[in-house]
Write a protein that binds this ligand. Structure first.
Ligand code: ATR
Length: 274
């Protein structure tokens, strides 16, 4: 009898050019797995119905992206502790008709950083932005042992709420350049610097030269922030690896094999980022 096709997908709206089908597709063929990973554009109003029909439609799970990650929490039968702490689901596993919500973004963020960089100090980290991605980054940095995380955001209330949730600090967006003094790490989680978005105006002059600078934006791969940091000698880690690493536990949960993040898969995904 033919092996049953294992189906997974990414749900988002609008789903412009997700790189996840190319990523999971690479691993499926590498491991010779009878499976598929497709892009499912789902409007916010249709999210509940789309999630409810996953089991019936034969899906073993889905990834969720903008704008569904927070809204999906209400439709999960079970949540893992990380997804609960972050308040968002990026991975759904369909198990015995139940929907299990997980969040692998924090894992993806820190695994990417640690693949390319070894922390010398974990005292002070500065996080730009307070959206969904920032929640995962702050959770990851706190779990990694950063004692002092300062969150700064254009909308101050969101920074204050996020800081309170993780018992960290918030600071004014207008003062962001001054926060860099003594920092061990700077992370951009805003959409600033992304292709077609406004530039991130960030003066790095107070940042110690050995502090790590990371950006979760990966279109372009070398953002202006990373280029400026590199120019002054700071170590940098680009954002594409977060996407690659967050997919590892998802693929393993759905398809039963833990895939590797290699230079080849990175090149394959980049080749699809037209
Ligand atoms: P994600 O889930 O990917 O983090 P998001 O929740 O929409 O996306 O968050 C986007 C982040 O980029 C927010 O921190 C947002 O700041 P606000 O909370 O003030 O909206 C930030 N951002 C987007 N455009 C910005 C801009 N022009 N200037 C400053 N920050 C901006």
């Amino acid at each position: 009898m033919a092996e049953k096709l294992k189906k997974a997908a990414v749900m988002g709206w609008p789903l412009r050019h997700s790189l996840s089908p190319a990523l999971h597709g690479y691993w499926l063929s590498q491991h010779n797995i009878a499976g598929s990973y497709t892009a499912l554009p789902v409007q916010p109003d249709h999210l509940a119905a789309a999630l409810k029909s996953l089991a019936k439609d034969g899906f073993c799970g889905v990834n969720l992206t903008v704008p569904h990650k927070e809204a999906a929490v209400a439709y999960m039968d079970e949540m893992d502790p990380v997804a609960t702490a972050i308040g968002a689901v990026n991975t759904v596993i369909v198990q015995g008709g139940k929907l299990i919500g997980r969040n692998t973004d924090a894992y993806g963020f820190i695994s990417n950083v640690k693949q390319h960089y070894t922390f010398r100090r974990k005292h002070k980290a500065i996080v730009l932005g307070a959206g969904g991605a920032a929640r995962a980054v702050v959770k990851a940095l706190k779990d990694e042992g950063f004692g002092h995380i300062v969150i700064t955001n254009r909308t101050p209330d969101k920074a204050a709420m996020l800081a309170k949730h993780f018992a960290m600090d918030a600071a004014s967006w207008d003062h962001r350049a001054f926060l860099l003094k003594d920092a061990d790490m700077l992370v951009n989680t805003t959409t600033l610097g992304m292709q077609d978005a406004p530039a991130l105006d960030m003066d790095l002059s107070l940042l110690p030269e050995d502090a790590l600078v990371t950006d979760i934006v990966y279109t372009p791969l070398m953002t202006e922030l990373l280029a400026a940091a590199k120019k002054r000698g700071n170590p940098i880690v680009d954002g594409l690896g977060m996407l690659l690493h967050q997919a590892v536990p998802c693929f393993e949960a759905w398809f039963g094999v833990r895939p590797q993040v290699t230079e080849d898969v990175r090149k394959h995904v980049l080749g699809n980022a037209a």
